[in-house]
Design a protein around this ligand. Structure first.
Ligand SMILES: Cc1cc2nc3c(=O)[nH]c(=O)nc-3n(C[C@H](O)[C@H](O)[C@H](O)COP(=O)(O)OP(=O)(O)OC[C@H]3O[C@@H](n4cnc5c(N)ncnc54)[C@H](O)[C@@H]3O)c2cc1C
Length: 379
C-alpha cells in the first residue's frame, strides 16, 4: 500500500491532467461524466471499495486525503452524486454479487445515473408509511405506486426503490429495497418546477413496471434497515459538503464591500459567525464516528444563515434580484436555501433521530407501529 505522501502525489498528478481533459466541455453533467470516467480508470474512483470490484480497499484517512486534494480542483459530481455517495455504497455493503457485478463499475465510472425513489405523497418524514407495492410474478417483481420529490429522476438510468412487499406485517417490516430500471414503459417521470425556476426533482408514476426478482438489495423484507443505512450515507455526504452548496462566505464579503457595509460591526459579526460555522463543519467531518445527523444539521444551519445574511445585505434591493443562472444568481442561492433543511430528512427529523438514537430519550409515541400495515388508517 502507498504511504499518504505517495498517495497524495498520485492524486495531484491525476488532478493536473483534468484541465486538458475538460477543456471545451461546459455542460456540468458532461464534465462530471468525463471526470468520473478518468478518475475510475486512473484507479481513484473506488478508493474504499474491495479490490475484486475494481477498488483499492484504502483506509478512511486516504479517502479524506483525496477529498482534501481534489476540493476546488475537480468538477462537482453533479447528477452522479446520488449513485456515488448513497446507492452504490449501499449495494457494495449489502448487495448480492450479481448486483455488485452489474452496478458498481458503471455507476462509479459515470456511465449510469441513479436516483432515490423513497418519498411519496403520503410518506416523507414518515417514510415507513410508504404505499408503493412490489408483487412477485414469476421471475419478476411488478411495481405500482407513486414517488415524489425524486431528484434527478428525469436523467436517471436506475432508481433505488423502497416498496412494500408485505402488508400483513407492521409498516417497518414489510418493505424491500429494489433496483428499478427507469427506462421502461411503466415508469413515467414528470418534472416539478421549483421556486428557484429549475426542475431538479420530479414526480414518478409507476404502473406495472418490472424488476428481475434477484434485484433485491439485501433480503426481501429487510428494506427498512437498508433504507436507514442509505440515509446515513446521504446525511454524511450532505454534511460533508456534497449536494447543494450554501452561498459562500467569500461572495458575501464581496457583497458587503459592494454595499460599503464591510466595516459595519454587525455585518462583520454575521460574516465571522458564518465563517466559524464553515470551519466547524470542516472539523466535524474530520472526526470519525460522528452521527451523520450532526453534520447535516450544521450544514443546513450554515446554508440558512448564508441566505439570511445575503438578504439583509441586499435590503431593500434584494426584491429586484432576478433568478440568475443556477448556482450563480443571488436569488437562486436564497430561494434554494430552505432545501438544505428538507432534502435527506428535515431538521426536525434529524433532531428526533439524535434524541432517540444518540441521547437515548424515549421514542415518539406512535399508534401504527405495531399493527399490520393493511390495518393502518390512511388518507
Ligand atoms: C431539494 C430536495 C430534494 C429531495 N430529493 C429527494 C429524492 O431524491 N428522493 C426522495 O425520495 N425524496 C427527496 N426529497 C424529499 C424529502 O426527503 C422530504 O421532503 C422530507 O423527507 C420531508 O418529507 P415531506 O416533504 O413529506 O414533509 P412532511 O413529512 O409532511 O413534514 C412536514 C413538516 O412536519 C415536520 N414533521 C413531520 N414529522 C415530524 C415528527 N415526527 N416530528 C417533528 N416534526 C415532524 C417536518 O419536519 C416538516 O417540517 C427531497 C426534498 C427536497 C427539498
Amino acid at each position: 500500500m502507498s504511504t499518504e505522501a505517495e498517495f497524495r502525489h498520485e492524486v495531484r498528478q491525476f488532478l493536473e491532467s483534468l484541465p486538458a481533459l475538460l477543456a471545451g466541455t461546459d455542460d456540468p453533467l458532461k464534465r462530471a461524466r468525463l471526470y468520473l470516467g478518468a478518475r475510475f480508470d486512473a484507479g481513484l474512483g473506488a478508493l474504499d471499495y474491495p479490490t475484486e470490484h475494481g477498488g483499492r480497499d484504502l483506509p478512511r484517512d486516504l479517502v479524506m486525503a483525496y477529498r482534501q486534494e481534489s476540493s476546488g480542483r475537480a468538477p462537482a459530481e453533479a447528477g452522479f452524486g446520488i449513485g456515488i455517495s448513497m446507492c452504490l455504497p449501499t449495494i457494495r455493503d449489502h448487495g448480492s454479487n450479481e448486483l455488485k457485478e452489474r452496478f458498481l463499475r458503471p455507476g462509479l465510472r459515470g456511465d449510469e445515473i441513479w436516483c432515490q425513489l423513497y418519498s411519496e405523497p403520503g410518506a416523507g418524514s414518515d417514510l415507513a408509511g410508504l404505499a408503493t407495492r412490489a408483487a412477485r410474478d414469476g421471475d419478476e417483481w411488478i411495481i405500482n405506486g407513486q414517488k415524489v420529490w425524486t431528484s434527478g429522476a428525469a436523467e436517471a438510468d436506475m432508481g433505488i426503490l423502497l416498496a412494500r412487499t408485505d402488508s400483513s406485517v407492521p409498516k417497518h417490516r414489510g418493505i424491500s429495497m429494489l433496483v428499478l430500471p427507469m427506462d421502461q414503459p411503466g415508469v413515467e417521470v414528470r418534472p416539478l418546477r421549483q421556486m428557484t425556476g429549475v426542475s431538479h426533482f420530479n414526480e414518478v408514476f409507476i404502473e406495472d413496471a418490472r424488476i428481475p426478482t434477484s434485484w433485491v438489495v439485501g433480503t426481501e423484507g429487510d428494506g427498512w434497515r437498508l433504507a436507514v443505512t442509505l440515509l446515513a450515507y446521504e446525511r454524511s455526504s450532505l454534511g460533508a459538503g456534497g449536494g447543494r452548496q450554501p452561498i459562500s462566505t467569500g461572495r458575501l464579503i464581496d457583497l458587503a464591500r459592494e454595499r460599503s457595509v464591510n466595516m459595519d460591526p454587525v455585518v462583520r459579526q454575521d460574516l465571522a459567525r458564518l465563517h466559524s460555522q464553515a470551519l466547524i463543519v470542516g472539523w466535524l467531518n474530520q472526526r470519525s464516528g460522528i452521527h451523520p445527523s450532526v453534520t447535516k444539521l450544521w450544514r443546513s444551519r450554515q446554508g440558512r444563515l448564508a441566505s439570511s445574511i445575503a438578504c439583509r445585505l441586499a435590503f431593500p434591493g434584494g426584491a429586484a434580484w432576478d433568478e440568475g443562472a443556477e448556482g450563480e444568481g443571488w436569488a437562486y442561492g436564497v430561494l434554494d436555501s430552505p432545501a438544505h433543511s428538507l432534502g435527506g430528512g428535515t431538521d426536525e427529523i434529524q433532531r428526533n433521530t439524535l434524541g432517540e438514537r444518540v441521547l437515548g430519550l424515549p421514542r415518539e409515541p406512535a399508534v401504527d407501529r405495531d399493527i399490520p400495515f393493511s390495518e393502518v388508517r390512511r388518507n
